[in-house]
Design a binder for this molecule. Structure first.
Ligand SMILES: NC(=O)c1ccc[n+]([C@@H]2O[C@H](COP(=O)([O-])OP(=O)(O)OC[C@H]3O[C@@H](n4cnc5c(N)ncnc54)[C@H](OP(=O)(O)O)[C@@H]3O)[C@@H](O)[C@H]2O)c1
Length: 297
């Protein structure tokens, strides 16, 4: 954590503190997820790219230096990686862009298959090209479908990414939608600096995995931090704490995540400037032990 996280001079994202990703990339713990920029949902109507660019630029003004994306975050020609490049290139030295490979898109625009090891090089190159970089800061191997993690071996696919890292195309590797056995399998092949799994205030199944990450210096990066997936955040369940802090439901959901582990990096996704401002303002909320008890820690 930075020492001045409550000073008025620091940006909203910086108030959430910092984490040293991979031992060499300092990132603010309040970051940004780019999935909602091209469309609100994979099949939803395409969103205005100029708004997406404005959201990205404002996120950086608010202190974000960790952006999560994927080549497959796209809708009808609007591509998250290209918006990031248009908005932010040439990139600031301290900006960390994390991307992920593995899912393949069906013709309906929905991830519907998984790339085998031989396809991963092409997917990494797609990310290099669309982001306009020579090396990707962090690439997650995203495995499994939309259901719970676990099952298939990740060894062959992770080894393929480790080769690309050894070639210099990737700085750090992560894994996404994995269980503890898959994480261990990947770590036996190459260092894993981040785990990205579904986790939020009502979905705490990975609390032990998060503790393992914290202990080993691995970032734990929840996807669907605001319940954007199958289980929405229940405003009523958070009402006592939102009232105490004069905060919104989304802000308390984010504050709960940030309080849950110093290794947790939040990447709330939005295509809305208003929601972005609201989410970044969560960096100043400090939940008390009583708040956490009310939220059922
Ligand atoms: N590894 C994976 O499998 C995986 C899966 C999903 C997501 N991700 C990554 O994780 C990031 C975060 O997840 P996410 O974007 O899906 O879900 P999320 O952050 O849980 O929720 C996003 C949803 O909440 C809405 N929202 C955002 N801020 C809000 C606010 N202050 N008040 C009310 N509604 C708000 C958004 O709509 P608006 O856009 O209209 O604001 C959007 O519908 C993604 O952007 C992506 O980078 C990874």
């Amino acid at each position: 954590m930075t020492s001045d996280t409550n000073s008025d001079s620091v940006t909203p994202a910086a108030r959430a503190g910092e984490f040293l990703l991979g031992g060499d990339l300092p990132v603010r713990r309040l970051g940004f997820g780019a999935m909602r920029l091209p469309a609100g949902t994979f099949q939803g109507p395409v969103r205005d790219p100029e708004t997406g660019i404005a959201v990205l630029r404002r996120a950086v003004e608010l202190g974000v230096n960790h952006i999560d994306t994927a080549w497959f975050y796209r809708r009808e020609g609007v591509v998250a990686n290209e918006l990031i490049r248009a908005a932010l290139a040439p990139y600031a030295d301290d900006l960390v862009i994390a991307t992920k490979v593995g899912p393949l898109l069906g013709s309906d625009g929905i991830p519907s298959g998984e790339a085998g090891p031989a396809r991963l090089r092409g997917l990494v190159e797609d990310n290099l090209r669309t982001l306009g970089v020579d090396r990707l800061d962090l690439v997650y191997l995203r495995v499994g479908g939309m259901g719970a993690p676990g099952g298939a071996s990740v060894a062959d696919r992770f080894a393929a990414l480790a080769e690309l890292r050894a070639e210099g195309l990737i700085r750090h590797l992560g894994v996404s939608n994995v269980d503890a056995a898959q994480l261990a399998e990947a770590r036996a092949i190459a260092p894993v600096v981040a785990v990205q799994n579904n986790f939020h205030v009502h979905d705490r199944g990975d609390v032990e995995l998060m503790a393992r990450c914290e202990k080993d210096g691995i970032a734990f990066v929840p996807f669907f931090p605001l319940g954007g997936g199958h289980r929405p955040i229940d405003a009523t369940a958070l009402a006592t704490v939102t009232a105490r802090h004069g905060a919104t439901t989304a802000q308390v959901a984010l504050a709960w995540l940030l309080a849950s582990s110093p290794a947790l990096l939040a990447i709330p996704g939005t295509g809305s400037l208003d929601h972005l401002e609201e989410n970044m303002a969560a960096g100043r909320i400090r939940l008390t032990a009583d708040d956490l008890a009310v939220l059922g820690d």
